[in-house]
Design a protein around this ligand. Structure first.
Ligand SMILES: Cc1cc2nc3c(=O)[nH]c(=O)nc-3n(C[C@H](O)[C@H](O)[C@H](O)COP(=O)(O)OP(=O)(O)OC[C@H]3O[C@@H](n4cnc5c(N)ncnc54)[C@H](O)[C@@H]3O)c2cc1C
Length: 481
């Protein structure tokens, strides 16, 4: 008997789930339900002539190879590009001036001490407190805490406010005071416990930067024509998936041994299993009839909103001010923007040689930024911020505004336990699984892995035999990637 499986949500997690279902179970029918008129979710690229403009993510972390592996499996290997290494360096605003971010600090824990001790970003007292981390006793329980509390506890307030906060905002787009350490960076708690101190771990060489994998030898990878190429190639590779765009799923009920997915147009789809790959609130609505208690947490999962203005300039107009790949703006600077990326310094081939591109990021909750600001006001504010912080007064040739309303989930303290609780409840209903940024990590590679895992969980729950891939290229990609 042919089994039918629904995938709800056509973002990267849902598409990855469809891909894995097709590869692992050649005899299942797949129906992908997507609420909007397009696939890809937050991944969206547009072009202005030969300029590549990203609305959402612009790259992925190379150290998590699932996205690179998937791109290669889809035939996009020759389109992969890494960072422009000759334009290295990130700035950080301190009291209105752009100073260099100390080397070895791309993540929360420094991998080198000398550049931090030499940096003008910290006062002498701040540096002493930073070094005193060696004497801060490790926390050895399993209780969660916010990322902000962890960094302050270990390295002091100044290190947190001037360095860690803007880095965290760049990664999670939200408020580190509320972000769960165990759900976002559990490796730091492990380092603390195992080495007794993070600086001690650095001195012993245990907190090295992850090795840069792959032939590109770059910490971040993207696609020459933009991130949406991944979505296009993934969608084009699906042979047995019926894609229903403009279809909003509203609830999943179980009747007569099958799941019925009710949709907003009043119809119902009967399936043997389903992967729910929507944002948290929609997932909570869908699963509520089956798990009224376990979805409460996800219904109110906070999401951060932001906006970005992409500005295209004549190259000579940005050349003087655009140093390195961009700069971060800590919240303590009380400015509406959180970061600026010099896009054409960051990646090659983003624009023709005579043009340069900047991307200015606004963040909900930042001083002077309103979520409801109209596009013209955002462009004007972006130009004003560039003028004040970099001295760039040139008029851009083109401007594009991207809005990200409730885009990035902010895993609060306790999130990991709630995900485990939901997963154990799901195990009671074979054939159901969840995937996507709401659960197991917000990065594109995390979402891909969660889609793969959800697909396999559904097949395992239904007892559907997985294809034994004779062709090594068709092996299921490895767990943990
Ligand atoms: C501005 C921005 C920049 C980012 N930058 C990076 C970066 O540089 N690198 C990186 O790795 N990650 C980045 N991320 C994070 C990453 O892009 C996202 O976490 C990831 O794309 C989310 O994928 P998803 O499939 O889980 O969810 P989504 O992309 O949100 O897709 C969910 C889909 O479900 C659909 N849907 C919702 N409800 C229903 C329903 N009831 N029925 C049917 N369909 C429904 C939605 O329409 C949507 O298409 C960024 C995110 C944003 C917003």
């Amino acid at each position: 008997m042919t089994r039918r499986i629904a995938v709800i949500g056509g973002g990267i997690a849902g598409l990855a789930a469809c891909w894995e279902l097709e590869r692992s179970a050649p005899d299942v029918e797949i129906v992908l339900l997507e609420a909007t008129g397009r696939l890809g979710g937050w991944i969206r690229t547009e072009s202005w002539g030969d300029v590549v403009i990203e609305h959402g993510p612009d790259s992925w972390v190379a150290a998590k190879p699932s996205a690179t592996d998937l791109a290669c499996a889809l035939g996009l290997g020759t389109e992969l590009v890494g960072l422009r290494l000759e334009r290295a360096g990130t700035g950080i605003v301190c009291d209105g001036r752009i100073l260099p971010l100390p080397e070895g600090l791309s993540l929360l824990v420094p991998t080198r001490l000398a550049p931090i001790l030499a940096s003008p970003l910290l006062t002498p007292l701040g540096k002493l407190r930073f070094l005193a981390e060696i004497f801060v006793p490790p926390r050895c329980d399993d209780e969660d805490e916010s990322v902000a509390s962890f960094v302050r506890r270990r390295f002091g307030r100044e290190f947190y406010e001037r360095l860690a906060e803007p880095l965290l905002a760049g990664i999670y787009g939200g408020d580190a005071e509320r972000l769960s350490l165990l759900a976002t960076s559990p490796q730091y708690r492990e380092l603390e416990r195992d080495a007794g101190s993070l600086l001690r771990a650095v001195l012993r060489g245990r907190a090295r930067r992850p090795a840069m994998p792959g032939p590109l030898r770059t910490p971040f990878v993207t696609l020459r024509k933009g991130m949406e190429r991944l979505v296009e190639a993934l969608a084009a590779s699906l042979r047995r998936t019926e894609v229903r765009l403009g279809t909003v799923a509203v609830a999943i009920v179980h009747r007569g041994g099958v799941y019925r997915i009710l949709t907003s147009d009043g119809t119902a789809l009967e399936v043997d299993g389903a992967v729910v790959a929507t944002p948290a609130a929609a997932a909570a609505d869908l699963l509520e009839p089956l798990f009224p208690d376990e979805v409460v947490w996800f219904r109110s999962l906070p999401y951060a909103s932001s906006a970005a203005v992409t500005l295209v300039y004549r190259r000579e107009d940005l050349e003087r001010v655009a140093r390195g790949r961009g700069f971060l703006v800590p919240a303590r600077e009380r400015r509406p923007i959180s970061a600026v990326t010099w896009v054409t310094n960051k990646f090659p081939e983003r624009a023709p040689e005579d043009l340069a591109v900047a991307r200015v990021f606004f963040r909900s909750g930042r001083h002077g930024y309103r979520d409801e600001a109209v596009p013209e006001a955002l462009v004007a504010a972006a130009l004003q911020e560039l003028r004040v912080l970099t001295g760039c007064a040139a008029a851009p040739l083109h401007a594009v505004v991207s809005r990200h309303d409730r885009a990035l989930p902010q895993y609060p303290v306790g999130h990991r336990r709630q995900v485990e609780r939901l997963r154990s409840a799901l195990a009671r209903w074979p054939g159901l699984a969840v995937a996507g940024a709401a659960f197991d990590g917000v990065g594109v590679p995390d979402c891909i892995v969660s889609g793969w895992r959800a697909a396999r969980a559904v097949l395992d729950g239904l007892g559907t035999r997985r294809a034994s891939h004779a062709d090594p290229a068709a092996q299921p990609l490895q767990e943990g990637r």
